[in-house]
Design a protein around this ligand. Sequence first.
Ligand code: ZN
Length: 195
Amino acid sequence: MSGIKRLLICLFMIFEVLCEGSGMTEKHKVVLVCMAPLSSNLMSFVAGEVSTNLETSSRIEWQLAETDDPYTNLKHLKRLAVDGAVVVGLMAVPGELSFRRVVDSDARVAVLNVYPLMREDEKMSGPDYAWRIVKETTLLAAQLSGFSPCPFPLCVLHEVKTLSALDEKSRNLCPPCRMRLGLESEMSLPSDMGK
Ligand SMILES: [Zn+2]
């Protein structure tokens, strides 16, 4: 092998290593674990939108929750957080005082209670409900991958407390967040349920 060729290969490898740390690549793939009575259509929709938002791959696992205790389930989910994957388990635990989410950043695992994402007058379906799960899951997956919440109120990575604020914020990342994730800075239009 000529010296120049070897040098070029060397430079290419250095370039690859430098690029690796800058974005949310396959290194941060998302595992969504359905532990709630959610349809496969809804789960596929959520997984697809989260993948698009974070430009990473995602897959769905089905696992019946044996308990309503989020910490026990969190422990069970840790085994899936391998090869750099982040894991978000979706549970449905009714009750006013039930949790909304529990996060273990070190283990890169979180559980989200989808029950509080529904208003009392709503059925557990419909576009609002699906988008709320998408937004919460996107935020959790990004946080587990090491990205801090965004201060811009309309960004999907902005932390909100109420359902109306959750509905108001965008389904997408704001341009600075997209740049933070090492993505192109162009803002894509929100996609619709029916696509
Ligand atoms: Zn943002």
